[in-house]
Design a protein around this ligand. Structure first.
Ligand code: COI
Length: 364
């Protein structure tokens, strides 16, 4: 039984219009009819729990989120299976991370049960918007929380708004990617907000994504903020390396890297693909040397929106300012077999085509 009051819209989108949106959803262009929301105040706790028509917010121009950036978000997906049932993938892991992000940003943490309730109830009501399993389409769910108090001082807000919206989507990166190891910008510093999923991290990343484009790359590869040496993650995704001797290496979580749900899932699937999961610091020098020698034979990036994306190569600046970029194609710059096998396995679990021995999928 949901704790959210249902207040369905009287003017839901006609089925033909939903079908047109689902025919080619892109990413984040269409939104479902409803949104879930809740309000927090210190006296009442989380209250006004409602699922109602998706509509613009009204808030005072002084609201904390507009000035000091107290904002956090999550991303998870609902999948339609061949038998028409609809399933979520590891929603509780997102819920727990959401509460941790709230703590880091001095915001009111939402109890994980309430998070899962909001997501499940919204998807249930808007299930007509969950695309058919073809073409890797799904319903992307975006829970977020903002500081909504009317007040201008710099302190934590005394009022928060939690909202969940949903959008039918296709693949975020339809093609494999090249990464640019930026020499100019860093994403996170020790003690900073790198492990939190907050809007500010993404705002600060956009300039580096632009730099990546100037170097003919699709996304940025972040190195650590202190030494500019250790690989951390890439724009919108975690990163992993497969070695010829059977390791699946990814940077360990040391407070500056997002604890990705897909990252964790791949580490757990690794042994099913003959790979040993290894979480450790890995330097860009080691990456460059071992790609060049062929010891690193596949590189992949992953995230909820992106799923699993083969990385065809990494570019980094030459040794001097006017030197050409150094291009490091991985193997022969084609998607690697282990990457594609793990990608397929994960999607098969998500769409119910393969066993789910981990109990990751939850029926709506
Ligand atoms: C996700 O993968 O869910 C993300 O949040 C990445 C991006 C769409 C911002």
């Amino acid at each position: 039984m949901s704790q959210f009051e249902l207040d369905p819209t009287a003017t839901s989108t006609p089925p033909e219009e939903i079908a047109r949106a689902l025919a080619d959803p892109g990413f984040g262009r269409y939104f479902t009819d409803h949104m879930a929301s809740a309000t927090y105040t210190p006296d009442a706790g989380w209250h006004r729990l409602v699922i109602e028509q998706t509509k613009p917010f009204e808030m005072h121009p002084s609201a904390g989120v507009l000035h000091y950036g107290q904002e956090i978000f999550e991303g998870l997906k609902a999948y339609r299976r061949a038998d028409d049932s609809v399933w979520l993938f590891r929603p509780r892991k997102n819920a727990v991370r959401f509460a941790a992000s709230a703590e880091r940003l001095s915001m009111a943490p939402l109890p994980p049960d309430l998070f899962v309730d909001a997501v499940t109830s919204l998807v249930d009501l808007d299930r007509a918007w969950v695309p058919a399993p073809a073409k890797e389409q799904s319903l992307y769910i975006r829970p977020f929380e903002i500081a909504s108090e009317t007040f201008l001082g710099v302190r934590e807000s005394h009022e928060y708004k939690f909202t969940v919206i949903a959008s039918p989507v296709g693949p975020y990166y339809p093609d494999p990617v090249w990464l640019w190891a930026t020499p100019t910008f860093t994403r996170a510093a020790s003690g900073g907000t790198g492990a939190a999923k907050c809007g500010g991290n993404y705002a600060a990343s956009l300039i580096a994504a632009g730099e990546a484009k100037q170097h003919a790359c699709d996304q940025v590869l972040w190195l650590d903020g202190a030494e500019h040496r250790w690989v951390e993650e890439c724009g919108t995704m975690n990163i992993l390396f497969i070695t010829r001797d059977g390791e699946l290496i990814t940077p360990d979580l040391r407070g500056t890297i997002l604890d990705g749900v897909t990252r964790d899932s791949l580490l757990k699937l690794a042994p099913h693909h003959g790979l040993r999961p290894v979480e450790r610091q890995i330097g860009i020098h080691e990456v460059a040397t071992r790609i060049a020698s062929g010891e690193i034979c596949e590189v992949l990036a992953c995230g909820t929106a992106a799923v699993v994306v083969p990385v065809l190569g990494i570019r980094r600046p030459g040794a001097t300012l006017d030197a050409h970029d150094i291009t490091l194609p991985v193997a022969d710059a084609t998607p690697g077999p282990k990457t594609m096998a793990m990608r397929g396995h994960l999607l098969d679990i998500q769409y119910g085509r393969a066993d789910d021995p981990f109990g990751w999928t939850v029926r709506v």
